[in-house]
Design a binder for this molecule. Sequence first.
Ligand code: ATP
Length: 269
Amino acid sequence: PSCMREAALEIPQVRWEDIGGQHETKQLLREAVEWPLLHPEAFQRMGIRPPKGVLLYGPPGCSKTLTAKALATEAGLNFIAVRGPELFSKWVGESEKAVRAVFRKARAAAPAIVFFDEIDALTIKRGASGSSTSVGDRVLAQLLTEMDGIEPFVNVIVVAATNRPDVIDPGILRPDRIDRLVYVGPPDLETRGEILRIQLRKTACADDVDIEILADRTDGFSGAEVVALCQDAAIEAISEDPDAECVYMRHFEMCLRGFKKRITPEMIE
Ligand code: ATP
């Protein structure tokens, strides 16, 4: 079977401006990924090596994936996405091969980003399963080997994402592997306003829809939940009247009342 199917190659279409807020995250990633690609001679002159990998961590739905994609779009990199758990479920007994295939594909597609979503599934601390030769350990070993084999300036960079940085094997986070850790937190008031503005650009809204109020009322929401609220409100308007011309503030209010948030305090740094 072709392991290649496992890792979808795509060229994302996400621009930095599609992501509300997160200015610091954007800046850190530009420095770590864009600069070395644009100015390799400067890095060599100064004797510094660009990072091989970056870990984005933080609560679910707060733009880790979006950020990795924007990085690829803006720096003109191919984007190879792999979900940690999928490597195991679809490639029973072949997970190490799948890891190898992902990197082979990345080298062939360079300059490229390999995006490992839910990387915690691949790198649960060694020995956690009780046996030292579990599939998980072999996959991790393969991942470390591949990371060690990345040549600086050959333009393959690993971006990994997790909601659970605490369970990641420290071996992968050593210098010269994934050694930049970037926290991607829940959106603040201003960022929620930006996400609402970005999202509602596509929605016919009545004049009474007040983004400032909605930003305020969505305290504790993830970015994904802010987007979901906008969608729920539109569906509410349609269910009330299929010929509805636009969404009103009351539709948002109805949806806000029943909204169940996913982010819990222990997910926030
Ligand atoms: P998970 O940990 O669940 O994989 P994630 O952090 O990778 O989540 P994304 O997949 O990037 O989150 O975000 C989910 C969706 O939420 C995005 O597709 C987008 O619609 C919306 N979203 C989240 N944060 C933002 C933001 N800052 N600006 C615009 N949209 C956002």
